[in-house]
Write a protein that binds this ligand. Structure first.
Ligand code: GTP
Length: 306
């Protein structure tokens, strides 16, 4: 005879009645086959947060296992695309018919991409932290993708101050003598010639964009490429000396405060097809122990807030 197990989610009384905005699970370990335009489908090890609302005031709780098993089907039988993600949310709601009418899921993972060096033709792996968030609220499907892009920023103020010191060193060295090309050329190539260098820092742009609700595919590569192309100094994977020299040139030609980086990306996203955008720029200063930070959003009435 089969033993009937108690199911308190259905039978027990709630300690206190009331609705809840979101109930579910965080940090579910979930390998996924991620599909995105221009990339081979790739297995990523995601951490998932999965939720439904609880609109039944009397119910003891939601059925966590039903959310978990829907995600497991996505992991084992499907690839991660906008439509499979929407289907997961629909199954969250239909499996909680008397309890919930809204669902959301967030998938956090590192996406490894092959990146080319600046000049030498070498390649290497670079990991990008990605979060895909989707929700189904009032039958409206919302889809967004966030990525962190790491780059180098060289301080324009520090560069100007360094140039001044170089000018002063030049005056001290050459003011009282006839200028000689060979001598100046050699001096410029010495450490005395470059008496000061501006500080630069590893910096991160946190980017989030809202995709059209009828998107057929993710295109994370286009998003990362356009941000890196705009900033000009993304952190490199494979680096030979010619790449390092080119990186130094690019840094010198693209001096930027956090405001400059934020304005460049704002201008980029203003003319993009994304429904909304959120930018947070973090310059992890080497001059200070604190960070320089700038935010920008599209500014839609119901959109992202800075
Ligand atoms: N709702 C809820 N469940 C929890 C919590 N913590 C652990 N669980 C467990 O999640 C498990 C799965 O719950 P259900 O989805 O209702 O499992 P089930 O009753 O076997 O599944 P169904 O037959 O589909 O209802 C249960 O064993 C709960 O004890 C919590 O804080 N809230």
């Amino acid at each position: 005879m089969q033993t009937i197990m108690p199911d308190i989610a259905d039978t027990a009384e709630a300690l206190q009645t009331g609705t809840l905005d979101w109930v579910g699970m965080g940090n579910i370990e979930l390998p996924l086959l991620f599909s995105s335009k221009g990339l081979s489908d790739i297995t990523v090890t995601a951490k998932a947060d999965a939720f439904v609302n609880l609109q039944n005031e009397q119910a003891k709780g939601i059925h966590m296992s039903r959310l978990f098993l829907s995600l497991d089907t996505l992991s084992c039988e499907q690839t991660l695309t906008p439509s499979t993600l929407k289907a997961v949310l629909e199954s969250f709601v239909t499996s909680h018919q008397d309890l919930s009418n809204a669902a959301k899921v967030a998938l956090h993972f590192e996406l490894p991409l092959r990146r080319s060096s600046l000049l030498s033709g070498k390649q290497g792996w670079k990991n990008y932290p990605v979060t895909i968030t989707a929700s189904l609220i009032d039958n409206q499907f919302l889809l967004e993708i966030a990525v962190d892009v790491t780059y180098s920023s060289t301080c324009p103020c520090s560069a100007a101050l360094a140039r001044q010191l170089i000018q002063q060193a030049f005056t001290e060295q050459f003011a009282k003598q006839q200028l000689n090309f060979e001598q100046i050329h050699n001096w410029l190539g010495s450490t005395e010639g470059i008496v000061a260098t501006p500080h630069s820092q590893r910096s991160i742009a946190n980017i989030k964009v809202k995709l059209a609700c009828d998107s057929q595919e993710f295109d994370i590569l286009a998003l990362i490429n356009c941000v890196e192309h705009e900033l000009k100094t993304p952190v490199q994977a494979a680096v030979k000396r010619e790449d390092e020299q080119e990186f130094a040139r690019l840094n010198g030609q693209n001096l930027m405060f956090c405001e400059d980086a934020a304005r460049k990306l704002k201008a980029l996203f203003e003319v993009s097809n994304y429904q909304d955008y959120y930018i947070k720029i973090n310059h992890y200063e080497s001059l200070h122990a604190h960070d320089a930070v700038a935010y920008a959003v599209k500014g839609l009435p119901q959109g992202y807030q800075a």
